[in-house]
Design a protein around this ligand. Structure first.
Ligand code: MN
Length: 451
């Protein structure tokens, strides 16, 4: 089957690469582009928030869907394609031939793995590409960037399963280095004052979003306000990092926090100098994500493929714009009333939110807002005549609920579509159907969990 899928791509008159608009999708796209270029294929690239099957039905072209596609196979007609994805598949088959389709599907769910922690989209794309082009080893750092971008290191504080296998390969190839260190975001892209202030996994109540307390904390360790605002974690000396970690652990112990989650495996890009903002894989992923959200995914892809100089300048500009967009969205959120139905907390931004960041905002709410331990967050925004919906569930609930299945059912019963992962899902429905959608989600959840 793999060789048939490979032949389909190699013999394509035109290859159309579709990839998802988040960092895992951009890392996947970079791998696919690398492969297509090296094989000398005639290709075109499209980065999408979601797929509209009408866009590619019944053409001569061959499609390669990365980090997307599996949830839409039921709607595809006469499509020749390879899917390398990790979202919950609508059709659990590796070769899909109904409705005139010829689709080869590579997806961890078909192997009995949980795609939301075991194997990212970029890991799936990479594993498939190893067969197509052995030189793809040269970019084995990209699946690591994609996997941490999808938070696959969160549950076990390190990458596991296939993501881990590929990370170890990248390590053997001298591209990625793993370290045991603090797990807060921003090791190479944010000043330590920011990193400690917004570090939330684990949350330290006496410091979290308390800037004055954070400065006092650093002063007690001999780091003044100016240095705290200008020094990044990777700039600190080993001894300084150790002191800070020990002090943070003390605080966590006193507060009854999750001490064990403070440190874990982190991943660094070996070829990046220590001064580089892209040194930490998670920081790298947040920057390529921003390029895509600001409609310039090609900049992120060029970063993935080792371009620097003006490309990096452009990426940083887009990153700053994206940060500003998120800051504004958070402000709107602060002034908004949430609606509650059962375990669901939902927020309808209407046309006050760029519809490609509903997922980002939903993640922010589930991580930063003080919600009950069993919560479902739903964020909506207008998208032309439709509602774009993103959902997230708390870790405790994802043990018992699969949000991708719930969203699919709830959306389909109002004539829309939905899917995604256990803990993070999305839907697209007609405007005006949103109340019905939320109440459908609630009904399905109540059937699974008796409140
Ligand atoms: Mn993904």
């Amino acid at each position: 089957m793999i060789s048939d899928a490979m032949d389909l791509i190699k013999n394509a008159k035109k290859l159309v690469i579709y990839s998802h608009h988040d960092s895992d999708g951009i890392a996947s796209a970079a791998i696919a582009v690398f492969v297509a270029k090296r094989l000398g294929l005639n290709y075109e690239l499209r980065i999408k928030n979601q797929l509209d099957p009408l866009e590619f039905s019944d053409t001569e072209d061959v499609y390669w869907f990365n980090d997307m596609g599996s949830s839409k196979t039921g709607e595809m007609r006469k499509v020749s394609a390879v899917i390398t994805d990790h979202h919950n598949p609508a059709i659990l088959e590796s070769h899909i031939t109904n409705n005139g389709n010829n689709i080869y599907q590579f997806n961890p769910h078909l192997e009995g793995l949980d795609g939301s922690i075991s194997q990212s989209g970029s890991t799936t794309t990479f594993l498939f590409s190893m067969n197509l082009l052995p030189e793809v080893f040269a970019i084995s750092h990209l699946p690591v960037i994609g996997s941490v971008g999808d938070l696959h290191d969160k549950k076990f504080t390190r990458l596991v399963d296939m993501d881990r296998q590929v990370m170890l390969l990248a390590n053997e190839n001298g591209l990625v280095e793993m370290k045991n260190d603090i797990r807060y975001f921003g090791r190479s892209s944010k000043p330590i004052s920011y990193m400690i202030r917004f570090g939330n996994d684990p949350k330290i109540n006496s410091l979290y979003d308390r800037p004055d307390e954070v400065y006092r904390f650093f002063e007690s360790l001999g780091i003044d306000r100016r240095s705290a605002n200008s020094t990044r974690w990777v700039d600190l000396k080993e001894q300084e990092r150790e002191n800070i970690i020990n002090e943070l652990k003390h605080r966590l112990e006193n507060e009854g926090g999750e001490v064990a989650r403070l440190t874990g495996e982190v991943y660094e890009i070996k070829s990046e100098p220590v001064t580089s903002i892209l040194k930490d894989a998670r920081d790298f992923s947040s920057i390529i994500n921003a390029t895509s959200r600001k409609s310039h995914p090609e900049v992120g892809i060029r970063l993935c493929l080792f371009e620097r100089g003006p490309t990096l300048d452009e990426a940083m500009q887009l990153y700053n714009n994206h940060t500003e967009t998120l800051r504004k969205a958070s402000k709107i959120l602060d002034g908004m009333n949430e609606s509650v139905m059962g375990l669901i907390h939902y927020y309808d931004f209407g046309s006050n939110l760029e519809n490609n960041i509903t997922g980002t905002i939903a993640t922010r709410i589930i991580t930063h807002k003080r919600l009950p331990r069993k919560s479902i967050v739903i964020v909506m925004a207008n998208l032309e005549g439709s509602k774009k919906i993103s959902g997230r569930i708390s870790p405790l609930l994802s043990e018992v609920l699969d949000l991708s299945l719930i969203f699919r059912e709830a959306a389909e019963s109002v004539g829309g579509s939905g899917g995604g992962h256990r803990n993070a899902a999305g839907a697209l429905i007609s405007m005006g159907k949103e109340k019905e959608f939320v109440s459908n989600v609630n009904k399905i959840v109540e059937k699974i969990i008796t409140p």
